[in-house]
Design a protein around this ligand. Structure first.
Ligand SMILES: Cc1ncc(COP(=O)(O)O)c(C=O)c1O
Length: 437
């Protein structure tokens, strides 16, 4: 089959078209179509995903550069390793201890043989972190969301959720067949309307929001959402994947930040962000956790995380308590980055270490991504359909371990690229223009 889907620059619909076209094709044609597409991208030197890293996930990494065939050093601004725990000596020591004591893995799900004293210790510490009665551990954030939503809800229940919710939450909704209503991102008026419209029912009403939105770095105003849910008897689910270990005085998460610690009915957190490992947890009341152990199928029918992964998260919690300066560094870096970007005409209102560096109108995101790479900066480009077409951006993540000169380099390179690729004759009032959402 002929591939007429050529690369057309940053704002393109290729993947979406590919997906839709593929739905009507048989397997060989479908994968063949995609193969041609990928080849085409590679020929244009614009395939930047899956860069192969040869060192620890630190502020600087070495990658195998497929363009030159050699190793290349990059400053890492694309990792959710917000506190730098991935390469922290204490965390690595604890992981080694666990490896020696418990071996490489466990070979079974938690309800059978896959539950060690470390797993229990971690559940208790995570419950305490979130001010909840108990917690249970999933093997990924994706499986936690899917298991949580499909495990708890009945088809006649209602879920009201923010439009920017993660794919795993949306997939949980699809799997459970529950009735669902989205509200526009962080729009409290629409949220209230949805609550008013849907809470006069004998069925359960759930509300799903994220503590920190992963593509935008803004937060759900839990100080307003919690009382609204309580007043209507709705059950609040907060996915705090990116807030845990980052927000709040002690890094306990978004609820701590908004002064509603212990008031969220069900909190989900992942180990793949601040804790720089993999896995996830759900913290809630004891009865809810006990119920999920048997009815969240992605928990019951999936092998437990190996003890070494659990030890990494336990060590991360120790570091969070013992080294508050890491959180201070992170916050200083966020402020420093905001001020530095402002100096080159890019105004950001950063609440978290996630910088949604929106691509100005007319800029080709793929060519710009290649430039970041060539200048030695590792950032992730987020293209349609991962975000709406008008919202393409580089997702830049700051870490506690970044030095000021790293951030200077990031900003300097951004300035070079923006100047090279952004053609606007009237660059006075608003230096860079962005499309409306
Ligand atoms: C808000 C949110 N929830 C859930 C997940 C899934 O987590 P994991 O990568 O641990 O499966 C992510 C990951 O990107 C996320 O950003």
């Amino acid at each position: 089959m002929e591939n007429n889907l050529e690369y057309r620059g940053g704002e393109n619909f290729d993947l979406r078209e590919m997906l839709l076209k593929g739905k009507n094709l048989k397997l060989n044609d479908k994968v063949g179509l995609f193969e041609n597409f990928i080849d085409d991208l590679s020929q244009h030197n614009i395939m930047l995903n899956r860069r192969c890293i040869t060192t620890a996930a630190d502020r600087e990494v070495i990658i195998y550069d497929r363009f030159s065939g050699k190793e290349k050093k990059l400053l890492m601004f694309g990792s959710n390793n917000y506190l730098g725990l991935a390469n922290h000596p204490y965390v690595k020591d604890k992981a080694l201890d666990a490896l020696k004591k418990f071996g490489a893995g466990i070979g079974g799900p938690p309800l059978l043989n896959g539950y060690t004293i470390l797993h229990r210790e971690l559940e208790e510490r995570l419950a305490a972190l979130k001010g909840a009665e108990d917690a249970l551990i999933f093997s990924s954030g994706y499986s936690a969301n899917v298991g949580l939503v499909s495990g708890l809800t009945n088809p006649n229940d209602i879920i009201i959720y923010d439009a920017f919710s993660h794919a795993s939450f949306c997939d949980g909704i699809k799997m459970s067949n529950v009735k669902s209503f989205r509200f526009p991102h962080n729009n409290l008026n629409m949220f209230k309307l949805r609550l008013d419209q849907n809470t006069n029912t004998s069925n359960d009403v759930y509300v799903g929001v994220e503590g920190v939105y992963s593509m935008d770095g803004d937060t759900a105003p839990l100080d307003k959402i919690v009382p609204l849910c309580k007043s209507k008897g709705a059950i609040l689910l907060v996915d705090d994947a990116h807030g845990t270990g980052v927000l709040g005085k002690h890094g306990k998460g978004t609820a701590e930040h908004y002064g509603v610690e212990g008031q969220v009915d069900i909190t989900l957190g992942t180990f793949s962000k601040t804790f720089a490992a993999t896995g996830a947890f759900v913290a809630a009341s004891k009865p809810i956790i006990n119920y999920l152990r048997f009815f969240a199928r992605s928990y019951m029918f999936s092998a437990s995380l190996p003890p070494v992964s659990i030890a990494i998260v336990l060590a991360g919690l120790d570091v969070l308590e013992k080294e508050p300066q890491l959180l201070d560094n992170l916050r200083n870096n966020i402020k420093y980055a905001e001020d530095s970007f402002h100096k080159i005409g890019i105004d950001l209102n950063l609440q978290t270490p996630i910088i949604p560096l929106k691509v100005p109108v007319g800029m080709d995101i793929r060519k710009a991504a290649l430039k970041f790479h060539q200048y030695g900066i590792f950032v992730n480009s987020i293209e349609y359909p991962a975000v709406p077409i008008s919202q393409q951006r580089f997702r830049v993540s700051l870490m506690a371990t970044h030095k000021k000169e790293d951030i200077d380099k990031l900003v300097e390179v951004t300035n070079e690229i923006w100047t090279e690729f952004y053609k606007n004759e009237n660059q006075t009032a608003a230096k860079y223009q962005f499309e409306a959402a």
